[in-house]
Ligand binder design. Structure first.
Ligand SMILES: [Zn+2]
Ligand SMILES: [Zn+2]
Length: 358
């Protein structure tokens, strides 16, 4: 079992000076917990990523704070590394009860409005006849990204499993919305902003790729970097082709190069899994993983000729992973190759986008 999949450690552990770690429960494929970091200072503490919405996480969070001897009213700020529910879920409810500030990157975008969407019908793109036209770079510039928008490549949207959708819907609407209070950021961080945490100055590093609003936090004094999902110890974060970024893989590469420059970092603190010491080495591995996938696509192109995203997906992913998320990541890779001039995209008669290598 990979370390990101392990069930949460029941102990609150000290990781670095004024930094403690509390692990909160989650169960998604590949993820067994989320790390919530407690950054202690003379005014109380800040929490980084307080876990999923809902009573199970809330119970674990309260028990963890109790074990840490930190009354929730002493939490003055919550920092959310990015707009995924395992990171922001409990923050709105926490603010409602205890009034903590909520701090995010300025691009922080709410995500779960799509979570209780029931319509999984994808409208075929209405384009008659001619499929030979090569689609240009502005293809997805004004694309819809709302809950009802079709996938840009013409496949099915990713849908949360029914039990989770019902759960979120209940949390959002049941008990007066108690478990799913909207986390409205009370202040924003931009790249290179300084923020006082754990009794010292941290620097916000904007690291788009996994999401457009992803933040890492760098501490030059203790040489620690809080990495969120940007750099994980043994798995690679999902790169989604469904977001607003035109070339999220390029953004991700740029952000990986960015954190690699912090070669003096002694300790990387991920949102899932254990702390790691070789940040530049891990960044190199993650980049290599994606370079290998790009090469797999190139290698398969002679055989496939012009092919839709779901066909390329089968070259990149094992059968157990096939589905909308794998398609979405494949699409992001193919789009990256289109932006660097290696592929062309055309639309077939059914409205699906097909790629061929030049
Ligand atoms: Zn994430
Ligand atoms: Zn995560």
């Amino acid at each position: 079992m990979r370390e990101e999949q392990q069930p949460p450690d029941q102990e609150v552990v000290e990781i670095a000076k004024n930094i403690r770690r509390l692990q909160l429960p989650m169960s998604m494929p590949g993820l067994g917990h989320v790390n919530c970091y407690i950054l202690d200072d003379e005014n109380g503490a800040a929490l980084v990523d307080p876990g999923l919405p809902g009573p199970q996480n809330w119970k674990a969070l309260m028990a963890g704070l109790k074990q840490a001897e930190l009354p929730p009213e002493r939490v003055h700020s919550i920092i959310i590394t990015h707009s995924h529910p395992d990171h922001f879920g409990a923050s709105g409810h926490f603010r409602e009860l205890y009034g903590a500030d909520i701090i995010t990157h300025k691009n922080f975008k709410l995500w779960w409005d799509t979570a209780d969407e029931d319509d999984d019908l994808v409208e075929p793109v209405d384009k008659d006849g001619d499929n030979s036209e090569i689609l240009d770079n502005t293809l997805f510039l004004n694309r819809e990204t709302g809950p009802r928008a079709p996938t840009p490549w013409g496949g099915k949207r990713y849908k949360l499993p029914l039990h989770r959708r019902l759960g979120y819907s209940f949390m959002k609407h049941g008990w007066g919305g108690r478990w799913f209070a909207t986390p409205q950021p009370t202040s924003h961080l931009e790249d290179a902003d300084h923020i006082s945490l754990a009794g010292r100055e941290f620097v916000a590093i904007h690291t788009p790729g996994h999401t457009p609003d992803h933040l890492c936090l760098y501490d030059p004094e203790e040489e620690v970097m809080i990495c969120g999902d940007h750099v994980l110890p043994t798995i690679t974060p999902h790169i989604s082709g469904m977001g607003t970024a035109l070339d999220p893989l390029k953004d991700f590469f740029t952000s990986l190069d960015r954190v690699k420059e912090f070669s003096s970092v002694k300790l990387g603190l991920p949102a899932h899994g254990q702390p790691f010491t070789d940040l530049p080495g891990r960044v190199t591995d993650i980049k290599r993983h994606h370079e290998e996938r790009l090469q797999l696509l190139r290698d398969s192109s002679d055989r496939l000729g012009r092919a839709p995203v779901d066909r390329y997906m089968k070259e990149l992913f094992k059968e157990r992973s096939w589905g909308p998320m794998a398609e979405s990541e494949t699409f992001a890779h193919l789009e990256h190759l289109r932006y660097v001039g290696e592929t062309d995209a055309t639309r077939n008669n059914a409205g699906a986008i097909e790629y061929s290598f030049r």
